[in-house]
Design a binder for this molecule. Structure first.
Ligand SMILES: Nc1ncnc2c1ncn2[C@@H]1O[C@H](COP(=O)(O)OP(=O)(O)OP(=O)(O)O)[C@@H](O)[C@H]1O
Length: 275
């Protein structure tokens, strides 16, 4: 199905506002010849501004590749990608670095905090590198929303996993980016800390007007989003607005069944040909 067409009418999309990011015909191949892997196969997608979008799919379906291409972390083989109104495909590495620094926030499963810096220093590091002054009122709001004011002088090793992820979240929010990409942000956390982080991302969207895209394997995590995009074999095969964990799980099971049937059909055809 064409996700772009469907997304224009999706309840998860704020009417009248442009997409925070979009891709048309996004194709990414790794390697060449016999060993080439088509990680993304002509993907059309609109990421709604001011919404929380989850990206799900089996291992190897292209979730991380999609995120990396939308964030300008990876080059594309074909197609176009825009961040807001800026087409990022074709930008030079230096322009991409600046664009990522100024307009995108990242959260990773492994937090990626600098161990020798305090929480406060980690939070403002990207802005310090860019020579930008943080907006103190915004920073205070983020720090208080995340409940980490009492931890600002601590180094990462003195913080729990959940607190480290909250610091990583504050770092992603500090520059007030147009778009936050979170790759399995709850993957290394116990369920309580994971729920806290999901609540924080939800709050960043609802209370602070941020746009969040989260890659996850967890239907429970996806249920915190406004819209789930399902990837399979490098294509967006479905989307689900206002998800619940049960509905996400049910869709995933359906895709697994369809995929197994397709594979069985392919094997059957091949076996018949060889007979
Ligand atoms: N640097 C690379 N070189 C070669 N192949 C790659 C590379 N990165 C990813 N791939 C392949 O591209 C496909 C998509 O990978 P990707 O990491 O995007 O999947 P994913 O859905 O994020 O998987 P997972 O859930 O396991 O993290 C896979 O078949 C993978 O093996």
């Amino acid at each position: 199905m064409s996700t772009s067409a469907a997304a224009q009418h999706a309840p998860g999309r704020a009417p009248g506002e442009g997409a925070a990011a979009r891709a048309r015909g996004l194709t990414k191949a790794y390697g060449a010849g016999e060993t080439a892997v088509l990680a993304l196969d002509s993907v059309d997608v609109d990421i709604a501004r001011g919404r929380f979008t989850a990206v799900m799919g089996p291992s190897g379906s292209g979730k991380s590749t999609l995120m990396h291409c939308l964030a300008g972390l990876d080059t594309v083989s074909a197609g176009q990608v825009w961040l807001g109104e800026t087409e990022i495909t074709g930008l030079r590495e230096r322009e991409l670095t600046r664009l990522r620094r100024d307009r995108i926030g990242f959260m990773f499963q492994s937090f990626n905090l600098i161990p020798t810096l305090t929480a406060a220093e980690n939070i403002t590091l990207p802005m310090d590198i860019a020579g930008r002054r943080p907006d103190q009122a915004w920073l205070d709001q983020v720090i208080d929303t995340l409940g980490i004011r009492g931890r600002l002088g601590h180094r990462p090793s003195q913080l729990s996993g959940g607190q480290q992820q909250r610091v990583a979240c504050a770092r992603a929010l500090a520059s007030r980016p147009e778009l936050i990409f979170a790759d399995e942000p709850t993957g290394n956390l116990d369920s309580r800390a994971g729920l806290e982080v999901l609540g924080i991302l939800r709050g960043a969207v609802d209370d602070l007007g941020q746009t969040v895209v989260m890659v996850t394997h967890d239907p429970g995590a996806a249920a915190h989003s406004d819209m789930v995009l399902f990837l399979a074999d490098g294509r967006i095969v479905d989307e689900l607005a206002r998800p619940t964990a049960e509905r996400v799980l049910e869709r995933m099971k359906r895709f697994d069944g369809e995929r197994t049937r397709r594979l069985d059909d392919t094997r059957g055809t091949r076996a018949a040909r060889e007979d």
